[in-house]
Ligand binder design. Sequence first.
Ligand code: AKB
Length: 315
Amino acid sequence: MAAKILIIGACGQIGTELTLALREKHGEKNVIASDIREGNDDLMQSGPFEKLDATNYKAIEDIVMHYEVEEVYLMAAMLSATAEKFPMRGWNLNMDSLFNVLNLAKDKKIDKVFWPSSIAVFGPSTPKNDTPQTTVMEPTTVYGISKQTGERWCEYYHHKYDVDVRSIRYPGLISYKTQPGGGTTDYAVEIFHEALAKQAYTSFLSEETALPMMFMDDAIRATISLMEAPAETLSIRSSYNLGGISFTPKQLAESIEAEIPEFKIDYEPDFRQPIADSWPSSINDEQAQKDWGWQHEYDLEKMTKAMLDGLKSLK
Ligand code: AKB
């Protein structure tokens, strides 16, 4: 029988695509979407939806009991740029929601948890290129501190209470179906919308800022593969490094220019520049390859084409 799954934060950038992919795999009625706000038509019309505040333990527990949920994907979070503006709100949302779900698993009310971490767990003292799985981690953003702390708690709950929690350090995620909100890597999505609408884009990161990125299809595939991997193959219960593509705004603009020759970019770095400067440029994901067979499929060129074709198809 298919597992009953609850996605918390289902209407966000990752949550929307993850919900649709899981509904396709497990059957629509087995995947319950939940969020504090409603999502797009595809999501709302394709299966059950519950309005849910991720910081409310009792409300999550009620849904878990009502639907006999076995697996929870906790995708609700305040991202890096927004959390710098609202530090305590960011911290409270990111930590309270995680404890709610970990405690449900500790009390055996659910069997399995997915929780997203981020490249934001790294900081300026981390080796910048090919950043290893295990290394110096001194994050300088509220979001990064919350994700690093969350990783420690995930590992703790696994060892101490035998909680089956699995996690990925997502790089910047690029998708045409849903927009990100409040992240430092958001430029890499905005640029495609503006390239098609205006053939021009002003980047809020400088031209040489290289960051790890990934096309959403790869990220969804990674998430589902990790959740399906046999527990005994997983050596990491904090969070797995996940590499994808690494590029600068200039390289991304060149790749778009190959498809839209009149496209122009200029640069006006803002408060997000120091956040980006504190993060790695590229990530080593050998451990994910070894433990659960991870391989990304989209390079810069393939991702650019998929983004432009995808956005055009939505018009
Ligand atoms: C952000 O920019 O905050 C996120 C992330 C890298 O976790 N996309």
